[in-house]
Design a binder for this molecule. Structure first.
Ligand code: ADP
Length: 400
């Protein structure tokens, strides 16, 4: 496109008309931009400053009158002619278009021989006026009335759609809760028997059998973690967090043992850096869940030979917990999104890490319920640091 090329924005849903206008005006050196509907027309008019706008009055959604009213509210379109195109040639329709903010009115079918001349006249300053004697105030009032009725109708439709979505959401939650419970019972029994085999309580196992049991246990643990996340996430809506004095060491002992073992199994170094930590007002199961989610991620997203560190820093007014890794990291554009439920940077089924995308959503919820903060620093291929800050508080509080 040359610098001086004039742009015509054509808002029209009919492909035949789109092609015709593109061909006729294109041949005269105009660049014709097509918008299929009103909202797209408005955003294209915002992005590109058109020399002239042609708008079909009979378009779905936001109709041509409403689109014109909206375009007229864009300051940078001041002085840009908006021309209505319609098959309705009645004087009333013409006056209505002019009252809504159009500068001209062309009747369909489009006259290919006349159009370039008409367009250049409007670009050159032609402005059609409401016919003398027209009751402009009455027309405006009727137009406003119609706008309000349409708005009312839309609000009704949106409320109905919203109610339907809420019902579907409720059904989905119920389904997830039932499914997780149904899966948990057989899984618990499976894991119990695997544990008995693993401890040699069901007889001697050969080396290959032992290895197979270990693989089964790892897979079972992964399944169990995902199921726990799902259950926990479902419960969050109704769950109350009961904050009470917790010795962080009590929560940490089991977690550290589990993750030391998991890190060793996948060839990672795992360190814990912590001083003696004073009791903190917290919900023990929430704290357990959040640390497990962060450590699980650090291990999952750090390749073999890497390093994961849990750092706890005790301060008089707050407890700082950091989970650091030197794994695959997260590109800046994903850093906020990863806290959304079900969001995964790589959500393809071919990803080689298990996960449901709920871990960090749970972490954020738990941290919020404690009046704390979670932040992340990360760089792709360098690693990530998730920091959780929980305030110490003397009074026991209840959050939901
Ligand atoms: P998931 O079950 O997928 O682990 P999460 O909510 O815990 O769900 O995490 C969301 C996404 O954030 C992950 O799928 C991953 O893409 C990214 N992520 C989280 N933690 C890390 C990390 N330590 N290193 C790299 N990516 C991470």
């Amino acid at each position: 496109m040359s610098e001086s090329q004039q742009k015509i924005l054509y808002i029209e849903d009919n492909p035949d008309n789109q092609r015709l206008v593109q061909r006729v005006l294109g041949a005269r050196g105009y660049l014709v931009l097509i918008a299929e509907d009103g909202p797209r027309g408005v955003s294209m008019a915002r992005e590109s400053l058109p020399t002239l706008v042609l708008v079909d009055l009979n378009i779905p959604g936001l109709d041509g009158y409403e689109t014109t009213t909206r375009l007229r509210s864009l300051p940078h379109l001041d002085g840009v002619p908006i021309i209505a195109l319609t098959a309705d040639g009645t004087p009333e329709s013409r006056e209505r278009a002019l009252v809504a903010g159009c500068d001209g009115y062309l009747i369909k079918p489009i006259d290919a021989r006349q159009l370039p001349l008409q367009v250049s006249e409007f670009i050159g300053g032609r402005r059609d006026k409401v016919a003398t004697g027209t009751d402009e105030v009455g027309l405006l009032r009727a137009y406003n009335q119609k706008l309000v009725e349409r708005l009312e109708q839309r609000v009704r439709e949106l409320s109905a759609a919203n109610a339907e979505l809420q019902e579907l959401d409720q059904l989905k939650s119920q389904f997830l809760a039932t499914l997780s419970h149904e899966l948990r019972t057989p899984l618990t029994s499976l894991l119990g028997y695997i544990e008995l085999f693993d401890r040699g309580m069901l007889g001697e196992l050969s080396t290959p059998q032992n290895e197979a049991i270990k693989v089964m246990r790892r897979s079972g643990d992964t399944l169990s973690l995902q199921l726990n996340n799902l259950l926990y996430f479902q419960e969050l809506r109704t769950r109350s967090f009961h904050l009470r004095a917790v010795h962080p060491q009590d929560v940490l002992r089991q977690i550290i043992a589990t993750f030391k073992e998991r890190a060793a199994e996948v060839g990672l170094r795992f360190d814990v850096v912590a001083t003696e930590i004073a009791p903190i007002q917290a919900d023990p199961s929430g704290m357990d869940q959040l640390l497990r989610s962060l450590l699980d991620n650090a291990i999952k997203f750090t390749p073999q030979g890497g390093h994961v560190r849990l750092v706890l820093h005790d301060e008089p007014s707050r407890l700082i917990m950091r989970v650091e890794d030197n794994g695959i990291g997260i590109a800046p554009e994903y850093l906020e999104k990863i806290f959304l439920p079900f969001y995964q940077v790589n959500s393809s089924l071919a990803r080689n890490q298990p996960g449901s995308g709920l871990g960090l959503a749970i972490v954020r919820h738990v941290v919020d319920a404690h009046g704390g903060q979670v932040t992340v620093r990360s760089a792709a291929n360098k690693g990530s640091v998730f920091t959780v800050v929980l305030p110490r508080s003397s009074a026991s509080r209840m959050f939901s």
